[in-house]
Ligand binder design. Sequence first.
Ligand code: A2P
Length: 336
Amino acid sequence: KKLKVAVVGATGAVGETMLSILAERKFPSSEVVALASARSAGTEVKYGIDDIDVLDLATFDPTGVDIALFSAGGAISKEYAPKFVAAGAVVIDNSSAFRYDGDVPLVVSEVNPEAARNRPRGIIANPNCSTMQMVVALKPLYDAAGISRINVATYQSTSGAGKSGMEELGRQTAELLNFQTPEPKKFQAQIAFNLIPQIDDFLDNGYTKEEMKLVWETRKILGDDTIQVNPTAVRVPVFYGHSEAVNVETRKKLSAEDVRALLENAPGVEVVDERKPGGYPTPVTHASGNDPVYVGRIREDESHPSAINMWIVSDNIRKGAALNAVQIAELVASEG
Ligand code: A2P
C-alpha cells in the first residue's frame, strides 16, 4: 500500500532534508504534504525534482494522513501530534516532547528497530542528534562486551539550532571579516571563530538539557539503566556535522583491533581510521551531506584496563534527524 505522508516543519533545516530523503529513498508514498506556519503557507519546497506547495499546519485537516514526520519544535509536536494520531496517522516526532515518556518508543533504526512496533500512543520519538550518532557506533561494542560508562565531549554544528543557527554563523563571520562587532541573537555568545559550552537550557544539576539527553536517551535506546554517561556538550562554528570525542569503558576488554573489526561490520557505520594526516573523519571532509556515522581515532585508553577512545562524526541533519526519521517511517511502512 502507498502511504500519504505529511512533513510538519517542511521549511526548516530538518524538514527540507526529510523531503529530499523521502524522494531519494523512493519512500512508497501516494502523496507528500508539506506543512509549516502561516508565514510560509503559499511558498514552495523541493520534494525530489518537484516543487510542492507549503500548507498552513493550523488549518490543515489530517484526515487520511498515514505517517506524519514532525520537526517544528516541541510545542508544535505537543499540540498537533495527538490530533494527527486521532485522525489515524502514526507520528514520528523529532522533538524532545515525548522522548522520555514510558509509552513512547525512542528508536534508532540500526539499534532498536523492534521498539518501533510497540507504540500505544501512535507516536514514535526520534532521538537527539548527538545521542543518535553515538549509539549507532556504540551498539556493536555494547553487544560484544557490555558498556559500563561513557565519557563524551561533543562538538556540535550550528545547523542543530535550525536554519537561524546557520544564518547566525554566516552573518557573524561576514561581520567579523568586515571589522564589525557581531551581536549574538540565537546563540548565547559569539559563535563565529569561537565555541560555546552551552546547548539548550541549564538544569538544576548544573548540566545542560542537551547533556542530560545523552544520559537519558542512551539508556533508553540501549535498554540499560546501568550505563553511566558523563557528557559535555559544546557548540562549534561548523555548519553541518556533529563530532564527538568518546571514551567507552567496556565490561570486557576490547582491543582497538576488536573495535575496528566490530565497527567495520556495523550497519550505518563507516570506519575512517588511517593514523596519518587526514586519515580520520571531519564534519566537512566526510559527514556533511552524507548518511553514515563515521568513526576514526580508534585507540585503547592507556590509563584504563578496559576502555576505548574514538572520534565519531555524522551529519546531524541526516542521520542525526531526518534520515533516521525516514528510516523509522520505512519500518512502519514495512509492517503493511
Ligand atoms: P516556518 O518556516 O513557517 O516558520 P528550523 O528548525 O530550521 O528553524 O525550522 C523550524 C520549522 O518549524 C520550520 O519549518 C517552521 O516553519 C516550523 N514552524 C515553526 N513554528 C511553527 C508553527 N507555529 N506552525 C507550524 N510550523 C512551525
